[in-house]
Design a protein around this ligand. Structure first.
Ligand code: ZN
Length: 261
């Protein structure tokens, strides 16, 4: 820049930072510092099928968030210890990810706890509250709703080491604002319903169960099933083949929704 130009800048008051690089060009000894490298974007931790967990919402969910190929298989109750054991073996042997909603009143869970611990530790199985003894909560008073949920929380913690979960599922899917609010107060803001089923809430055959799976297995489905009747443990290979043939990826509910901070 020549002297006239410099004087012009001074006259116009365009000195210092206001003229940016033009003013810096006056200092011949020091070239302008290069712009710093942009920091690399932090890697977003992703789960199976590239799922990214979002905070668990307060309210009812019945399908997985996002647009990925995930399916959540969820298993309730647990009256049949052999079925519980078969589902645990399925997870251990195949990497299948499952979410359980146990009733602590069934001893089957304690009987199988040792085999569950490593799967819980690794995050391959997740848990939600399903009450201690499976009453229709909309028909019982507040104190009993709370007792049912608290007693099952104690069971989840003591027997399985599950210290907290945002998820709960009302027995029979029967809930209203009152019971949802009590569950939320006790640390379960997310009422998990479903948009697909093994249709095993009533007596079901292996064929009936597979027909239901054929109907409902889809991306982002939450499938409800039960560890109560032996049918499911006779079709585990077929269920996995169906997951694979539809290019689905099993996830737990905790893969999809993280506990709110
Ligand atoms: Zn149930």
């Amino acid at each position: 820049m020549d002297r006239r130009g410099f004087l012009y800048l001074l006259a116009a008051g365009l000195t210092g930072a206001a003229v940016g690089r033009g003013a810096a060009g006056l200092d011949l000894a020091e070239p302008p510092a290069p712009a710093p490298e942009p920091a690399p974007a932090p890697a977003t931790p992703t789960g199976p099928g590239g799922i990214v967990a979002v905070p668990a919402p307060q309210g009812v969910v019945e399908e997985l968030p996002g647009t990925g190929p995930q399916i959540a298989l969820t298993i309730d109750d647990g009256s049949n210890g052999e079925v519980v054991a078969a589902l645990i073996a399925l997870c251990r042997d195949t990497g299948t990810r499952l979410t359980f909603f146990p009733n602590g009143s069934y001893r089957t869970w304690g009987d199988n706890a040792r085999d569950l611990w490593p799967l819980i530790e690794s995050g391959q199985v997740a848990f939600g509250n399903h009450t201690w003894s499976h009453p229709d909560l909309t028909t019982v008073p507040d104190a009993e709703v709370a007792d049912e949920l608290r007693r099952n929380q104690d069971f989840l913690r003591r027997t399985l080491g599950v210290t907290e979960t945002p998820f709960w599922r009302p027995p029979f899917g029967s809930h209203d604002e009152r019971v949802d609010a009590i569950a939320a107060d006790l640390g379960h803001p997310t009422t998990v319903m479903w948009n697909g089923t093994f249709d095993d809430g009533r007596v079901v055959s292996a064929e009936g169960l597979m027909a239901a799976a054929e109907q409902w297995f889809a991306a982002r489905a939450i499938i409800v099933g039960h560890a109560n009747q032996p049918a499911i443990s006779t079709v585990l290979d077929q269920l996995l083949a169906l997951v694979e043939s539809r290019q689905l990826v099993t996830v737990t509910l905790a893969d999809a929704w993280s506990a709110p901070a």
